[in-house]
Design a protein around this ligand. Structure first.
Ligand code: SF4
Ligand code: SF4
Length: 416
């Protein structure tokens, strides 16, 4: 991401977009009702978010920044820009939805919610990209999800499959593994690894999609309904191996009910067993944050500590920056997605680690494809897979190794 990165020719001329306001937001009338007025008014146009934004880094154009997009939202809401203005269409799509802007905003702007409201308006019916429409149709059909999971042999649980009704107390105590749509089809070994690590986790059958895909692609009402429906199917604590699904589900089911895997393992005192080695030496392993796990839920420390417990942890410069996967983004905007990923691939090349760990299946796919394209020797794995690899390396019956003082400190940001 450099200042000189060319702006793709297909983008509208940013000069047609309104300038950012010079002071605090003026009071507005009723407006179109696209946005929650209180959320939109919270932005004070200070610009602190600009350096955190990957798309602003690519273009250095105000409309491609969080502040510029909020200015566009205000212009849409007030009627200063027509709803079919091409800059509105372009910038609502160009945004990754990574929420990095939220973490640096002094006014507490909930940009992720504003983006959902924007896309609800912008991506209605045929204005929604075709690929997003197709994917949403697929994940809305639980039988299709079940089928791909059966074919790819994701984790199954005979106890849960028997369908015994749980008593009230049992339901509260239960721990349910959510099977993500992407993982079921592409990475079923991730859910199997979780069951290997924590056999007490059950895998209820008949799970649908959590609705994050809908919420991020212009149908937040369906996204909320799907989250609630999944919450009813999954008893007790919901554990997910996807940072994006964790943030969406936690928003709708409550933070205490939903745990991303590393968060769950840390809170239950999990002590990783074994070591991951390469050629007889400890493997050097870096981590790529999940945007929604880091920026939405503030979870950064647990996955780093888990990696450091089984390998030589190396902090990846820019680990918290978006990898460009961003849900459907890599399919909808492959060139921009690649431009966002490239600096990360370069950082990984310089680091020359054995593995880079992802905590989200979309990031895993993005990293694997990028590393393959650049013929890197670094392999991308999910955190669950790395921990299961380490556990398998431990000779049976051997006690947990004493903590290695050299492994105790993790060079990375603290959990926010
Ligand atoms: S940092 Fe927050 S308040 Fe400042 S311009 Fe960005 S979104 Fe608005
Ligand atoms: S969500 Fe990410 S890409 Fe979108 S405005 Fe915020 S920082 Fe920029």
């Amino acid at each position: 991401m450099t200042d000189s990165a060319p702006r793709p020719a297909s983008r509208p001329d940013p000069a047609s977009a309104p300038e950012p306001p010079s002071g605090p937001a003026p009071g507005r009338g009723e407006g179109l009702g696209v946005f929650d007025k209180a959320l939109l008014d919270r932005c004070i146009s200070c610009g602190f978010c600009l350096p955190a934004c990957p798309t602003y880094s690519l273009t250095r154009q105000e409309p491609s920044s969080p502040r510029g997009r909020i200015t566009l939202m205000r212009a849409l809401e007030s009627g200063d820009l027509a709803p079919d203005d091409p800059t509105l269409a372009e910038e609502s799509s160009f945004c990754l939805g990574c929420r990095a802007c939220e973490t640096v905003c002094p006014a507490g702007v909930e940009y992720g919610r504003l983006l959902e409201q924007w896309r609800d308006h912008q991506w209605q019916g045929r204005d929604r990209p075709l690929i997003a429409r197709l994917l949403m149709a697929v994940v809305s059909r639980p039988w299709l999800l079940r089928l791909q999971g059966l074919v790819r042999r994701h984790a199954r649980d005979r106890r849960a499959a028997r369908g015994r009704r749980l008593a009230h107390g049992e339901r509260e105590q239960a721990v349910s593994l959510m099977l993500g749509c992407v993982e079921r089809g592409l990475y079923p070994s991730v859910s199997r690894a979780v069951r290997e690590l924590r056999p007490e986790v059950t895998v209820p059958s008949g799970q649908g999609c959590c609705g994050a895909l809908h919420a991020h692609n212009g149908d937040s009402a369906a996204g909320a309904e799907m989250a609630r429906a999944l919450g009813e199917r999954l008893p007790g604590t919901v554990v997910t191996t996807s940072g994006g699904c964790a943030a969406h589900l936690a928003h709708h089911l409550g933070r205490d009910r939903v745990r991303e895997l590393s968060d769950y393992l840390e809170r239950t005192g999990h002590r990783p067993a074994g070591r991951v080695t390469v050629g007889g030496r400890p493997a050097r392993v870096a981590l790529q944050d999940s945007c929604h796990l880091r920026n939405g839920l503030g979870v950064t420390r647990p996955p780093r500590e888990l990696v450091a417990a089984v390998a030589d942890y190396v902090e990846l410069p820019g680990a918290g920056d978006c990898c460009g996967a961003a849900g459907t983004y890599a399919m909808l905007r492959p060139d921009d997605s690649r431009a966002v990923l490239d600096p990360k691939l370069e950082a990984l090349r310089k680091l020359d680690v054995d593995y880079v760990v992802a905590v989200n299946p979309g990031c895993l796919r993005q990293l694997r494809q990028g590393l393959r394209r650049t013929r890197s020797r670094t392999k991308a794995v999910h955190l669950a897979e790395l921990l299961a690899m380490a556990a398998r390396s431990e000779p049976e019956g051997e006690p947990d190794p004493e903590p290695d003082p050299g492994q105790g400190t993790v060079a990375g940001p603290a959990e926010g």
